[in-house]
Structures are given as structure tokens and as C-alpha cells.
Ligand binder design. Structure first.
Ligand SMILES: [Zn+2]
Ligand SMILES: [Zn+2]
Length: 60
């Protein structure tokens, strides 16, 4: 059993608590209990990196 943050920092903790990520939109919110064994957290830690796909720096 572990506890996950679903915010930007995708935090994982072995103990219950709240997110402490300074730049995380879920900061201060309770971590979700999770018992997955494959680090996918049942897909609850959605990827929030879509913006990075715009970087393709071989123009000009
Ligand atoms: Zn977080
Ligand atoms: Zn998990």
C-alpha cells in the first residue's frame, strides 16, 4: 500500500499525508491510497506533460 498525489509532481509516499509539492496544484490535499503493484496507480496519476509535445526545436 502506498499513497499517491495526482497533481503535477506525481508524488508517491509510503505513509498517508498530504502533498507537499511546492509547484503542485494538489499541494495540501490528501494523498490517495493505492495498492497497485505496477507503478501505474490504476492510471490515476494522469500524465500532465502534454505541453512538452510542442517543443520540436528544428525550425528556422
Ligand atoms: Zn502533488
Ligand atoms: Zn499505486
Amino acid at each position: 500500500m502506498h499513497y499517491i498525489c495526482t497533481g503535477e509532481d506525481k508524488g508517491v509516499s509510503e505513509t498517508p499525508g498530504v502533498c507537499q509539492g511546492e509547484n503542485c496544484s494538489k499541494k495540501g490535499q490528501p494523498l490517495l491510497p493505492c495498492d497497485c503493484t505496477d507503478n501505474n496507480h490504476y492510471g490515476r496519476q494522469a500524465t500532465v506533460e502534454e505541453e512538452k509535445n510542442n517543443i520540436s526545436g528544428t525550425e528556422s
